[in-house]
Design a protein around this ligand. Structure first.
Ligand SMILES: C[S@@+](CC[C@H](N)C(=O)[O-])C[C@H]1O[C@@H](n2cnc3c(N)ncnc32)[C@H](O)[C@@H]1O
Length: 222
């Protein structure tokens, strides 16, 4: 572990460093452990953090999978992709690659991933069906996709262009319906996630003999 990563990790454990979210403080160290459990993360795995934002979670994943593993941090924001790549280079994270995606494609190679993290991203998808197809294509058989999301909150303002789901976020039931209709099955559910009453996590994997959606068929023809 690099000194840059060690110091914040120790600080998180010692002083209970947290992220303020939804009016609650979530202990970062406990969420990191939960993410590792949800993804069944191990050294040597090939993992993607789709919608990586500033790349903090991708960096944590890169530390965990180690030099024998690899992390792909995808974003639709070109500025974020550039920043993630610069930070990976500056801190010598050779096992972290920033990937530019689009609103309909993760940018990941087919079958590249042993696990995918989607943290607070699904409800930002403006075109969820082709994104589901792209995620599904990137997962190896049995690989986990952990979707951490938020129950809809009115008054928070929806991200622009997303389906109307009654507030900022998505109901767990709606997420499950959308995913299971499109070739995923549930592996695990966390109805409460990291101390927050608003967040939850559902872990999926590719279902055997899935019904391939029209969106995926279109995607595969490209
Ligand atoms: C609320 S942020 C979450 C960032 C990070 N996952 C985290 O937990 O800190 C949502 C991110 O999803 C990204 N995003 C939205 N739609 C996307 C898509 N189709 N593919 C990849 N990233 C997307 C946005 O650019 C934004 O950075």
């Amino acid at each position: 572990m690099t000194a840059r990563r060690l110091i914040p990790s120790v600080a998180a454990l010692v002083v209970g460093f947290g992220l303020a979210t939804g009016g609650f403080v979530i202990a970062l160290s406990s969420e990191t452990a939960l993410v590792e459990e949800a993804l069944a993360l191990r050294e040597g795995m090939q993992v993607a953090d789709v919608g990586a934002g500033d790349g903090d979670w991708a960096e944590r994943l890169a530390e965990k999978v180690g030099p024998a593993g690899h992390v792909y941090a995808t974003e639709i924001d070109a500025g974020d992709v550039e920043d993630i790549a610069k930070r990976a280079e500056r801190y010598g994270l050779e096992n972290l690659t920033a990937v530019l995606g689009t609103a309909t494609d993760t940018g990941l190679e087919g079958g590249c991933c042993d696990a995918i993290l989607l943290r607070m991203v699904y409800h930002h998808f403006t075109d969820p069906a082709p994104m589901r197809a792209s995620l599904r294509r990137a997962l190896r058989p049995g690989a986990r996709l952990a979707v951490i999301d938020l129950r809809p909150r009115e008054g928070w303002g929806d991200p622009s262009g997303v389906p109307n789901r009654g507030g900022h976020g998505i109901r767990e039931e709606d997420l499950v319906t959308e995913m299971t209709s499109d070739g995923f099955e549930i592996v695990a559910r966390y109805e409460k996630w990291a101390e927050s009453p608003y967040r939850y996590c559902v872990v999926f994997r590719r279902a055997d003999g899935p019904a391939v959606s029209e969106a995926e068929s279109l995607q595969e023809e490209r």
